[in-house]
Design a binder for this molecule. Structure first.
Ligand SMILES: Cc1cc2nc3c(=O)[nH]c(=O)nc-3n(C[C@H](O)[C@H](O)[C@H](O)COP(=O)(O)O)c2cc1C
Length: 302
């Protein structure tokens, strides 16, 4: 199948921050059987992230406030790139930062690496004080950061990851496309809170965290459907849909809503090979429904 000009084996990716940098899940699944692999966010300098506790389970999902903890560009190049070079699946490096120049510096350096298929721009992290979601909320800043990174990315594919924590996600989607995004991924997590009623304090040290998992799936499906019909269908830009996908049926909902591919995040913490099972499930569904090309399913909502 085609995704933003890339040939992929299938439409199933892993979601940033839930499957490490490449080899962490190697004991549980054949990572190279995926359609695409997205790394945990990396930033120019290493980050310790937020204080703990930084994850908490909820009824139908979890909150995380990791705060972009990561090893930084230099250690990524020394320790993780060699692993990525051995992978045959297209690998997208998720990039975050506090300043536009930081995003540009990371992308400029990594764009030289043949092993990297492209980038996912994280302008939607709700768990950091500076940068993160502040870029993703303001359409002017979305266009500015996307076009700066677009230049730095050269011929590599650029996916821009949108936040649902905005008033009108169509505005930020249009802004990313105007800046030169090749694809949009939606959605990142929803800002949320869990309170310990005995101490009357938030459970997370960061007070708030990002809600992910099955709880957000119907909202994510709705937002994919909205962006597809209002923005991306006409623009010819593919959507990578994610948010609460646990089964092939969940993934198929996103495809029908208008996503060209899907990513699996939180579900991998429960069953690490969920993404692989979903690939098989989509294949079975297409066979059962006589769907010869996946593109016939994409955006087929009646
Ligand atoms: C523990 C955890 C860490 C995450 N870290 C990142 C990250 O580093 N960068 C990013 O863009 N998204 C990150 N995400 C968001 C996911 O990639 C995804 O957008 C979100 O969780 C919704 O999908 P899901 O419900 O399938 O998990 C993280 C999510 C979780 C649960």
């Amino acid at each position: 199948m085609d995704f933003a000009g890339l040939r992929l084996k299938n439409p199933v990716f892993t979601a940033s921050g839930t499957c490490g940098y490449g080899d962490e899940l190697a004991d549980f699944m054949d990572v190279n059987a995926l359609g695409g692999f997205i790394t945990k966010s990396i930033t120019l300098k290493p980050r310790k992230g937020n204080r703990t506790p930084r994850i908490v389970e909820t009824d139908a999902g979890m909150l995380n406030a990791i705060g972009l903890a990561n090893l930084g560009l230099d250690r990524f190049l020394a320790e993780k790139l060699p692993v990525i070079e051995k992978m045959t699946v297209p690998v997208f490096v998720n990039v975050a930062g506090e300043l536009i120049e930081e995003y540009v510096a990371v992308v400029e350096r990594l764009a030289r690496e043949e092993a990297i298929a492209g980038f996912e721009l994280n302008i939607s992290c709700p768990n950091v004080a500076k940068g993160g979601i502040t870029f993703g909320r303001d359409p002017c800043q979305v266009t500015e950061i996307t076009s700066a990174v677009r230049k730095a990315a050269g011929a590599k594919t650029l996916i821009v990851k949108l936040s649902p924590n905005v008033t009108d996600i169509s505005t930020t989607a249009r802004a990313a496309i105007e800046g030169g995004a090749d694809a949009l991924s939606l959605i990142n997590t929803f800002t949320a809170m869990v309170i310990d009623i005995e101490t009357r304090k938030p459970v997370l040290a960061n007070r708030t965290g990002g809600l992910s998992g099955p709880a957000i799936k119907p909202i994510a499906v709705y937002l994919v459907s909205k962006i597809y019909s209002e923005v991306t269908k006409a623009a010819g830009i593919p959507i990578l849909g994610l948010g609460g996908i646990r089964t092939a049926a969940d993934a198929i909902e996103f495809l029908i809503a208008g996503a060209s591919a899907v990513a699996v995040g939180t579900a991998s913490f429960i069953q690490p090979d969920t993404a692989i099972q979903i690939i098989d499930g989509i294949r079975d569904y297409c066979a059962r429904h006589g769907i010869a090309r996946l593109s016939d399913l994409v955006g087929s909502l009646s």
